[in-house]
Design a protein around this ligand. Sequence first.
Ligand SMILES: [Zn+2]
Ligand SMILES: [Zn+2]
Length: 378
Amino acid sequence: MKFKSINFTCKNCGAPLRFSPIEESLKCEFCQTIETIDSSLKEIKEYNLKEALAELNRQNEKEINKEVKCTKCAATFTMNPYSFSSNCPYCGAPAIIDFVKEITPHSLIPFQLSQKEAKEAFKRWVGSLWFAPSKLTKFLRDDEKLKGYYLPYWTYDAKTVSDYYGQRGDIYYVTVERNVIVNGREVRQRVQEPRIRWTPVSGRVHNEFDDITIGASKSISYTILDNLAPWHTDRLVPFNEKYLAGFTSEEYTIGLDNGFELAKVKMNSVIVQTVRYDIGGDQQQITSLKTNYYDTSYKNVLFPIWTAQFKWKNRTYNYAINAQTGKVSGERPYSWLKIALVAGTLSTGVGGAIYIDEHPQIIKKASQFLHLLSVNKS
Ligand SMILES: [Zn+2]
Ligand SMILES: [Zn+2]
């Protein structure tokens, strides 16, 4: 399919303009002329999720070959099937084309971090990494180019009502007699030991969710995209092509329906917390949980991301930077020597606490294990 591209040119010298995060405007690279983007008062709307899912046309999700003619140098090039803006590979001029997907973004967060600021954020991140090889920080080169992307995200709003059944555990203490070593001698002593009493419970909790964000691109790993959150969606502006000039922009490749399934997983972990709070007591078990979603709505938005790769010992690592907040997310090499050193001290208080802090399920397992021990002893 042939696509006509648009770009914006400098009124002073005719060169192509690009969006500059520092000026929050279009800027000419040659004569530095700045063209401001009119702020729009258009409302950022939420769209009804149920209606959209019912209306979506499911057949036409084939990848399209996008032939684009550059308005600057007239060369023809092929754009990624899911991209709708990039730069001409021959002359570098920004090229923006039409959407092909049924749902199009009506709002976006403009780039706030320049490439230079993003690089600095990345270097700080590498320096702060646990287990990062010491040489890595020095190894990263300054000439490494970051690529700027506007990636598609879904945001979902929902109200939920959840019915649950479960058990509430209350700890109480009993006095038992036990042989204890005091000053090297065994003596009989009375000690307090914890027990737990389980009571069946059931109930209903309500939750309300606003702008749960789900990455809708397959170009960058879902984990990396997800870790770039939070996004400040109160800073969304109405869609305008001028913000895209110079960046690669993508349409969604994870559909509205699949995105909502991923959003449900996120909502569920909040709902489980609400249920635990509702049950109360010292421990909680949830045996069944049924959630109904209502007043569901969505937005299709574009979020700005800087991304690049680095090579370390024959492996490629991907990373990305939230170009609104500077948060970095990525794959990282580990130094096994550092891990071994820390593992040796894990049994001491400090190391153990840090380790457990990152793994709450280990605390749960450990406390269950301790509980078993105390039950077996009596
Ligand atoms: Zn110019
Ligand atoms: Zn060109």
